[in-house]
Design a protein around this ligand. Sequence first.
Ligand code: ADP
Ligand code: MG
Length: 223
Amino acid sequence: MKNIIELKNVTKEYRSGGNTVLALKDVDFDLSQGESAAIVGPSGSGKTTFLQLIGGLDTPTSGEVFINGDLINNLKDDELSRLRNKTIGFVFQFFNLQDYYTAKENVAIPLIISGKDEKKALEKAEKLLGQVGLSKRVDHKPNQMSGGEMQRVAIARSLANNPKVILADEPTGNLDKDNATKVLDLFKEISKSGVSVITVTHDTRISAYFDNVVSLEDGEITS
Ligand SMILES: Nc1ncnc2c1ncn2[C@@H]1O[C@H](COP(=O)(O)OP(=O)(O)O)[C@@H](O)[C@H]1O
Ligand SMILES: [Mg+2]
């Protein structure tokens, strides 16, 4: 099956002042379309760096990153952002919703940015909110929702442009157990529908929810 994400011998160094931090060392990783993976590891082990490289938000110091078969190393900024917009959805620990907009408007934003007309964008946003179980919250603003609801709005938003992969950095880190379970259930459903999900998580129940579990330690994959 086709690899949606492929990393070959990827190393990432951060240089600041006279210091060099080796955040990832010779990492190899691949994931087929529709497969899911959980990345686990202690704080500072390189998890966020790994997701940023997979998502084309940053480029490796050496090695190769392929997104949907395209080698991103040589893409220009605008080519990379186009590939990112059509291929990848992002979900964050602190939801990153716009406070002044309703749930429906938050989900519509990426659609409007990619050129869909406003009315159609809002219609699709409502449909996506239905899929994450929030039909009754479409006109609520973030401060009128629970953390779990806000994260489901963010997941609906990540699905707006029909991505091939969802990348989530500690998406349950700010949720109680019940809401975390709802988010993990939703990711499982999303990956069953053929969209790959890669998530960084501390949740110890992960093996029931993801096809692959990858451990990172000091920038190296240990299993
Ligand atoms: N922009 C940066 N500049 C310098 N060092 C960084 C930067 N981002 C991350 N690091 C360092 O790289 C290592 C891995 O960080 P990170 O990927 O954020 O790990 P994790 O998400 O597992 O906590 C850490 O030592 C961190 O301090
Ligand atoms: Mg991190």
